[in-house]
Ligand binder design. Structure first.
Ligand SMILES: [Zn+2]
Length: 423
């Protein structure tokens, strides 16, 4: 959904296309939250679900998803600096180019309509995953070239590894796999490049395809990496294409299928799981604080789209950063056997915003609780934001500090099917 298309229907919210910020701030202040409350069937279910927001450090997310960063031992939690650096950088650089080329390719192939998008001949040039004829084409310590004769189209820069591979700022993240899984006779692990749909419409270089593969010596960790071949690539659906069209980078991720801690037997299965770039439409999603590094976020694809819509809406208001308390957290709602929307990676807890001006707003400090007509600019903006995200159905459930004390410091925003609730 594109919020601006709907603005005509929500003139009362201030979507008048004029001086966005001023009108949005002033008209947003006049709305009564309670007027937007319609049915709370699912909201009650969320009541106990969010109290642990602060615990959503990403540790569960990354380890469960098996798609954490590689940059160091123990980096499966949130410390995967290398991964995030690459992802953040790749989002903006590759986006425009690759979106256009994908579209063009489809147009050109009109005859059979099946040729698909065209992958670039080179990605990660000189680094792991880049093309090579010999090791001299790979510019880093310990490099060697897996050549065409070994089944690597255009050659493939690699290096030996046990568990992890190095990452490089601005380059696509890497991954260590068992050499024998690639048909190589040598024992041990070799480094590959992960898929990156921010850098290529196929996620990979020409001659390679995005497929899941186990980590060397750690079969529980599976990520999507670029493997030689073109016969069975990862298939993009409409949601993935929407992200591509928006120029937002992502990597497919395996369904975590984690078991909840609090209710044995309840499994967290995520719809269209991806690791999406934390940078969308010029807005950076950061965990908890405005200075936290921008990292890929494990989410359902539909949540990633909702986050992109949120970023687009906020970017127009001068917002540069969204601070959040997490997305994926595998647990059932307290006192029930029903999964929290966080267990489906279908919810995000938004804690605050930073503007280009340097102004920071937090739900905790700036939300005017119990006030129908906020008197501060910050309070007005936050109220406008909650009401607009609700009115545009970016999220189907939004719980604010008005809902209960568990939400005193964040907006819980989720995609519960069939709901339409704001409080
Ligand atoms: Zn939440």
């Amino acid at each position: 959904m594109r919020w601006w298309l709907l603005c005509g229907a929500f003139v009362w919210l201030g979507c008048d296309g004029g001086d966005g910020k001023r009108s949005l701030l002033s008209s947003g202040a006049g709305r009564d939250v309670s007027a937007s409350v319609r049915g709370d069937a699912d909201a009650g279910a969320e009541a106990g679900a969010d109290s642990g927001a602060g615990a959503e450090t990403g540790a569960g997310a990354d380890s469960g998803a098996g798609a954490g960063a590689d940059s160091g031992a123990g980096a499966e939690t949130d410390s995967g600096a290398g991964a995030e650096t690459g992802a953040g950088a790749e989002t903006d650089s590759g986006a425009g180019a690759e979106t256009d080329s994908g579209a063009g390719a489809e147009t050109d192939s009109g005859a059979d309509g099946d040729t698909g998008p065209v992958a670039p001949a080179s990605l990660n040039g000189g680094f792991i995953g880049g093309p090579c004829v010999g090791g001299g084409d790979c510019d880093y310590a310990g490099a060697f070239c897996l050549d065409q004769g070994e089944g690597f189209p255009g050659g493939h820069c690699s290096q030996a590894c046990d568990l992890y591979c190095p990452d490089q700022a601005g380059a696509i993240t890497t991954f260590c796999v068992d050499a024998s899984a690639l048909g190589l006779g040598d024992p041990g692990g070799v480094c590959l490049m992960r898929c990156d749909y921010g850098a290529s419409p196929t996620g990979c270089r020409e001659g390679y395809q995005c497929q899941p593969i186990q980590r060397n010596t750690d079969a529980d960790t599976v990520v999507y990496a670029c493997l030689p071949g073109t016969d069975a690539p990862f298939v993009l659906d409409d949601c993935h294409k929407e992200l591509l069209a928006r120029g937002i980078g992502f990597t497919p991720a395996p369904d975590p299928l984690d078991e909840t801690d609090n209710v044995p037997g309840v499994i967290c299965s995520v719809f269209e799981p991806i690791r999406v770039s934390g940078r969308m439409h010029g807005v950076s999603y950061r965990y908890a604080t405005a200075t936290a590094e921008v990292k890929p976020i494990f989410a359902s694809c539909p949540l990633a789209v909702a986050m992109a819509e949120t970023a687009e809406l906020l970017a127009d208001q001068g917002v540069t950063d969204v601070m959040h308390f997490g997305v994926y957290n595998c647990r059932a709602i307290a006192g029930t056997t029903k999964l929290s929307q966080h267990g489906l990676a279908n919810a995000i807890d938004i804690a605050g915003l930073r503007f280009a001006s340097g102004t920071t707003l937090t739900i905790k400090a700036n939300w005017e609780k119990g006030v129908a007509f906020p008197v501060t600019e910050g309070g007005s903006f936050l109220k406008w934001m909650a009401e607009t995200l609700h009115a545009l159905l970016v999220f189907t459930v939004i719980l604010t500090p008005e809902y209960n004390a568990d939400h005193a410091d964040h907006f819980h925003c989720d995609l519960t099917e069939g709901s339409n609730f704001l409080k």
